[in-house]
Write a protein that binds this ligand. Sequence first.
Ligand code: AHM
Ligand code: MG
Length: 336
Amino acid sequence: MSTKRISLTRYLVEQQRDHGHIPSQLRLLLEVVARACKSISQAVNKGDLGGVLGSASSENVQGEVQKQLDIIANEVLIEANEWGGHLAAMASEEMEGIYVVPNRYPQGEYLLLFDPLDGSSNIDVNVSIGTIFSVLRMPEDDRGVDVGDFLQAGHRQVAAGYCVYGPQTTLVLTVGDGVAMFTLDREQGSFVLTRENVQIPEDTKEFAINMSNMRHWDAPVKRYVDECLAGKEGPRGKDFNMRWIASMVADVHRILTRGGIFMYPWDKREPEKPGKLRLMYEANPMGWLVEQAGGAATNGRQRILDIQPTRLHERVSVILGSKNEVERVTRYHLED
Ligand code: AHM
Ligand code: MG
């Protein structure tokens, strides 16, 4: 490994200075998000010793029971980001409405969206979880921020990323110039660049889906998975492997590291719901990261990043990862 260590700060300064990708307010924003992720990582690491495990006595806007760490992570992100002058407002999977930066602080031109702790069912069992974030710019000539300002399609994101809290804490980021990964050096307290120009192989033999929902799937998804399961003797002519961590962050991290396809498709359990995952906090940031790494992301019929959101907490069907596999599943939907 090279002895030249590039910190997140230096990476962002160079992105700003040499490539012109990020204005200084956005650089500050990303540094603050990274700092918040460091604090969340500390809380996650302490586990039972910090008294932070278990459920809180509340539900979020989606009617899901919140974990104590969901609430702590949400507060850490808000407190870290509200005073810096870089944001106009924030929106979170854990809050019903938007959080407008209070009047006592200067208002910036960016909007921050996050899923503070993704993979909640894994918190108490010591399995990887993470924070997902997405950054939009306030629409021009806008007077006063409101929820409508957030309803922008994913291709308008100016930065997106996640931080996975696993055996290592890794921050993964795009500002539209490829995907970079930074590993937290706990002794130094800083994120260090450990992978640049991340590329997802176009083909894969690994798929990720919650198989217990099989009987509820739509025909195109069933066809795709049946063909994978048929292995060497089936139409694909090769054996597939399956992985399901049940933390989108960790499943997507595996795909960015070695390829694969991840699916959380629409299913018949609640037909009026377009999917389980959230467009603004999960599908858009992950979709953009995957595309920036040469992969693809669709809802089965349409590119995720082209979906025009109509609600903050909108849900969506998600198929993302290795390009040729995502295109195959999408083709099966369009042929159906
Ligand atoms: P969460 O945001 O409440 O944690 O839920 C989202 C999670 C994703 O991380 C993961 O892909 C999926 O839900 C797991 O679903 P399942 O419980 O069906 O395995
Ligand atoms: Mg989530």
